[in-house]
Every structure is written in C-alpha cells, then in structure tokens.
Design a protein around this ligand. Structure first.
Ligand code: GAR
Length: 314
C-alpha cells in the first residue's frame, strides 16, 4: 500500500516537522512528507527539510491577502500530490476556503491541553494559572483558532521552579512523540478499506434504485430487479488487494484497459470472461471521478431497460 502524502506547514524551528519526517522513515510508517512549506523564508526548519531531500516552498505572506497566500500554498500542496496537511508551528490563521477544502485532512499541534490555553504565550499562561499539569494536543483544524476535534493529547507535569522556557522544552518532547503517532493513525484510518468502502457505497447508492448486499464475501451493489453493477472487495481470498469491480460493455474493452493501465485495472479472479474489470483502490490517490463514472456506466449496462433510460436521459 503506498504511503499517504503529507505536506507540512511551518513558520519557525520546525522541530515537530522534523519529528514527523524522521518518524516517516520507519518501514511501517503509513505516511511520507512530500512538501515542507513556510510563510517565513528564513524559517530554520526549511533548511533542515531541504538537507533531508524534502521539497520545500517558502514565500513571505506580506503584501498578499490571506486567501491569495493560502491559494499559493494550496497550489504547491496539489503540485506535490499532498493528501493531508500537518501544521507544525504554522503561526498564521488559514482562510475559510483553505480550511473547508482540507477539512478532516488538516491537523494542528498546540502546546497545551486544549481547550485550555489557546493562542500564543501558552507556557506563560500555564504558569500564571498555577496549573499542575500541561501538555500537548493534536486536533483537526476548523475555522476557529486552536479548536476542532481532538485526536490525541499527552500530559506533561509542571515542576516547581519551571519557567516558560523549561516547560517548553518538555512539552516539545511530548509533542515529538505525539504528533507522528496521531498523524499515522489518522492517515491509516482515512485511507483504510472501511473509508474506501464508505466512499464507494456513497457513490453506488446514489444511483437510481441501487441496493447493497453481501455476496461471496464482497459488498455487492445491484439495481432493484436487475443485476449487480459493482463489487467492493478487500483482501478477498487473501490477495491483499482493495478494489472495485465494475462491468465493461465487452470483454475486448476489459483487455484494452488492462493493456493501457496495468497498475490501475486488472482481470478479477473467479469472474471468467464476463467483462468484469477490477479498479485498484489501494494504489494511493484514488481518482474518484473515474470511479463515479465507472459505477454509472456499469449501472447502465446492468439496469433493466426501463430504468436505464432514466440515467440516459439525465
Ligand atoms: C510547537 O510547540 C507548537 O505546538 C506550537 O509552536 C511550536 C512550534 O515548534 N504551535 C502553536 O502554538 C500553534 N497554536 P517547532 O517549530 O519546533 O515545531
């Protein structure tokens, strides 16, 4: 299974970015860092990322409207095929459009036990409040600053005589452990078979008179009173493949597609020369427009004529 592609945004030292990057070097890490971008061209973390062979992008945000600047960052993320964004000391509010686009796939780390002590000068605030415990939080990014569903937290004891600087050091230790673990869990969840099935199901059941039932260990989608038009399978017969099966109009087309793109299309076992074709969903970035188009086509050839006309007229 290819790794999820993550872009990291930083404004400063980038020690959390480094923790994410070095964690990604483990063989079993489910993500890779494909870009480190910054609104501060002199951010020390950029030099570290570049030295480690990670593509970097830097642009001073001054003189640009927030939405314009975020559009530049977004274009860079797209150019590097990022599927997730990790904010790691990125000290800039994001525009609503950026947040909306990356919702559920954009995380932030904050040096407190949220919801306590949002914003800046967190360690000073912890000491001033006399808290006995502080910590680090990773959360999904929403339009509100340092808000959004919490994905993980680590507690850090406040010691007698602690200063903001001494506390910051220990909270950093905690952050460096927490962030890679939470990011790995999130990408594994978001790119795993359950998530892929949920997306396929949403597209399949959006077609007229579509229903679902289990068939030979696969999630089958069929037209009421008609035939199956799609099967979702994951590790079927232990082959390790996650894929969608749809029906081509002819056996020749099946052969042609496999010839054109043997990474994406394959001839499913146990289906004989029936025109069914497998579309791999476990090869990284899934082209969901292609999946949607295939489901509609397959529905068309499987639906009773009376129903098929509905979609044709659509
Ligand atoms: C980290 O402590 C991070 O939690 C904090 O900035 C620091 C960046 O350090 N982020 C925030 O306060 C966001 N609200 P780093 O550049 O060494 O990773």
């Amino acid at each position: 299974m290819p790794r999820a592609r993550v872009g990291v945004l930083i404004s400063g030292t980038g020690s959390n970015m480094a923790a994410l990057l070095y964690a990604s070097r483990a063989d079993d890490c489910p993500y890779e860092i494909v870009l480190v971008a910054s609104n501060v061209p002199s951010a020390p973390g950029l030099a570290l990322a570049a030295a480690e062979g990670v593509p970097v992008f830097a642009r001073d945000h001054k003189g640009l409207k927030r939405a314009e600047f975020d559009a530049l960052i977004d274009a860079e993320l797209a150019r590097h095929g990022a599927e997730f964004v990790a904010l790691a000391g990125y000290m800039r509010l994001l525009s609503p459009a950026f947040v909306a686009k990356w919702q559920g796939r954009c995380l932030n780390i904050h040096p407190s036990l949220l919801p306590a002590h949002k914003g800046l000068d967190v360690h000073e605030a912890v000491l001033a409040a006399g808290d006995a415990v502080t910590g680090a939080t990773v959360h999904l990014v929403t339009p509100e600053l340092d808000d959004g569903p919490i994905l993980g937290q680590t507690r850090v004891a406040v010691l007698p005589g602690d200063t903001a600087a001494s506390l910051a050091v220990r909270v950093h230790y905690a952050e460096h452990q927490l962030y890679p673990r939470v990011l790995a869990r999130l990408v594994a969840e978001r790119t795993g078979p359950e998530v892929l099935l949920a997306r396929v199901r949403a597209l399949a059941l959006a077609l007229p008179a579509a229903e679902e039932k289990l068939s030979h260990g696969m999630n089958g989608f069929f037209v009421t009173g008609g035939k199956f038009f799609g099967y979702f399978l994951s590790n079927h017969h232990g082959d390790g493949i996650t894929a969608l099966l749809v029906k081509t109009s002819e056996v020749e087309e099946q052969a042609q597609l496999i010839d054109q793109d043997p990474e994406l299309y394959y001839r499913p076992a146990y289906f004989g020369p029936s025109g069914w074709i497998g579309i791999r969903l476990d090869m990284g970035d899934v082209d969901w427009d292609n999946v949607e188009a295939w489901l509609a086509r397959s529905w068309q050839v499987s639906a009773p004529k009376r129903l098929a006309r509905i979609l044709a007229d659509f």
